[in-house]
Design a protein around this ligand. Structure first.
Ligand code: C2O
Ligand code: CU
Ligand code: CU
Length: 445
């Protein structure tokens, strides 16, 4: 791919694209009848037998992050597809409409594989709900006619280049890789032309290790309308948005008052020694003077019924568990254990065994000093009950599957285990941490 003008950089993509193709699944049949429309994705590993410079075997395991998939289709780290092999994955599409993403999850090489390009968005769309709400949306009829769209994915990532324009791998195994070039949908610091009206962006932090604090260069507020698990009950107005790795926030920016101007999306930075000169900027919008269509140019004060986990009574919780995120003997551990410990136990070790359809409270403590960890629990949507004993941030008032656990912070989560039974992973979404070796698993049923 040509990330830098005139230079070809070797990357790995899904169907040759970086990021891979955005998959949109329309859910209307599920909404109307409870019968979901399942999708089978056949994944053929056509990667080289060895990474050309790093030398590892690029086995893959693909995870659809945000989906309550059956364990055999969840991208389990040890369920590997080697180069030359293939595997079919079945996706149920039986959860609330949301922004998901699919990415590699192969044991010990997830960070490198995702860095090479193996990531993309996947949207579960309730088209009728979006039309009724009147929010900016991707309109397939208009897309067919080549008309402008008002909803876009923004996959934010960061990379480093070698002198001849190839991706550089610079990971000390402790902090993970912090690039000095920010990419949006695979393009360094892009400029996007927009009309003076509302736009919806499905923002995903697809970086390996870098967190962002997004804000507009004019300091104006914008709205958060959805979190990892789908629409918030009430949209929240913010001027900054902290987004850890793998978190998804759908935001609406109104360019109506900005006719004929430019506005930048900036990164206030999660203060870190790895910030470079240019990592403070993300992309730019060039606002035109005319509006083609005023369809979907509103954000109502409520966005439909709240997600069930947001109204669950914490008093129904069956157990309270504690999870400590730490650095010990040069390894990242959860409650003293690494994923290698899980592998050595023939995948038998579990952090917890939970009852199907039960509710639990998990308290996650980051006592690792100097680091933040976006903690991800597979299979479930959870609610952030508190952050350091105080209410969660406004943008966290929606269903989540990743929670940002900052330095010295403790978060309390309310989880409800529905959908499937089986063994599912829990890990830090700093992918270098995940690979070395901050991952464990739990068992439902
Ligand atoms: Cu986005 Cu277990 O991963
Ligand atoms: Cu996941
Ligand atoms: Cu971490």
């Amino acid at each position: 791919v040509e990330l830098i003008k005139g230079i070809k950089t070797t990357m790995w993509g899904y169907n040759g694209l970086v990021p891979g193709p955005t998959i949109r699944v329309y859910q209307d049949s599920y909404v109307n009848t409870g019968q979901s429309r399942r999708v089978v994705m056949q994944q053929i590993n056509n990667l080289p037998a060895k990474h050309p410079t790093m030398g590892y075997v690029p086995w893959t395991s693909t995870h659809l992050h945000g989906s309550p998939s059956k364990p055999q289709f969840d991208g389990y780290a040890g369920d590997l597809t080697d180069p030359g092999e293939w595997k079919n994955y079945m996706y149920p599409n039986n959860c609330s409409p949301r922004t998901l993403w699919y990415h590699d999850h192969g044991v010990h090489h997830t960070a490198q594989n995702v860095y090479m390009g193996l990531a993309a968005q996947y949207h579960l769309v309730d088209e009728r709900l979006e039309r009724d709400l009147g929010i900016p949306r991707y309109d397939r009829e208009k897309a067919r006619l080549g008309r402008p769209q008002y909803e876009f994915p923004l996959v934010i990532s960061d990379v480093m280049f070698t002198r001849n324009g190839q991706l550089m791998w610079d990971d000390d195994g402790e902090s993970g890789l912090y690039g000095d070039v920010i990419l949006v949908n695979g393009v360094p610091w892009p400029t996007m032309k927009v009309e003076p009206r509302k736009y919806r962006f499905r923002v995903l932090n697809g970086s390996l290790a870098r967190g962002y604090t997004l804000k507009l260069s004019n300091g104006k507020p914008f709205q958060v309308i959805a979190t990892d698990g789908g629409f918030m009950h009430e949209p929240q107005t913010v001027t900054t948005l902290t987004i850890g790795m793998a978190e998804r926030y759908e935001i609406v920016i109104d360019f109506a008052d900005l006719k004929g101007t430019r506005v930048q999306l900036l990164n206030g930075g999660v203060k870190n020694a790895r910030d470079y000169d240019h990592t403070g900027k993300v992309m730019q919008f060039e606002v035109g003077t005319t509006v083609t269509s005023t369809d979907g140019n509103t954000v109502p004060s409520t966005l439909g019924a709240p997600h069930p986990v947001m109204t669950l009574d914490p008093a129904t919780s069956k157990a309270t568990r504690r999870m400590r995120l730490e650095r010990s003997n040069g390894l990242w551990v959860i409650n003293g254990e690494t994923w290698d410990d899980v592998v050595k136990s023939r995948y038998e070790h579990v952090f917890a065994t939970v009852e199907p359809r039960s509710t639990e409270i998990w308290e996650v403590e980051n006592s690792s000093g100097g680091w933040f960890h976006p903690l991800h629990v597979h299979l479930v949507d959870f609610r952030v009950l508190s952050r350091n004993g105080r209410p969660p941030r406004p943008e966290e008032l929606g269903p989540k599957d990743v929670v940002y656990v900052g330095e010295g912070e403790t978060v309390r989560l309310l989880l409800h285990f529905e959908h499937e039974e089986g063994r599912y992973m829990i890990h830090c979404h700093n992918l270098s941490h995940e690979d070395h070796d901050m991952m464990t698993q739990y068992q439902v049923g």
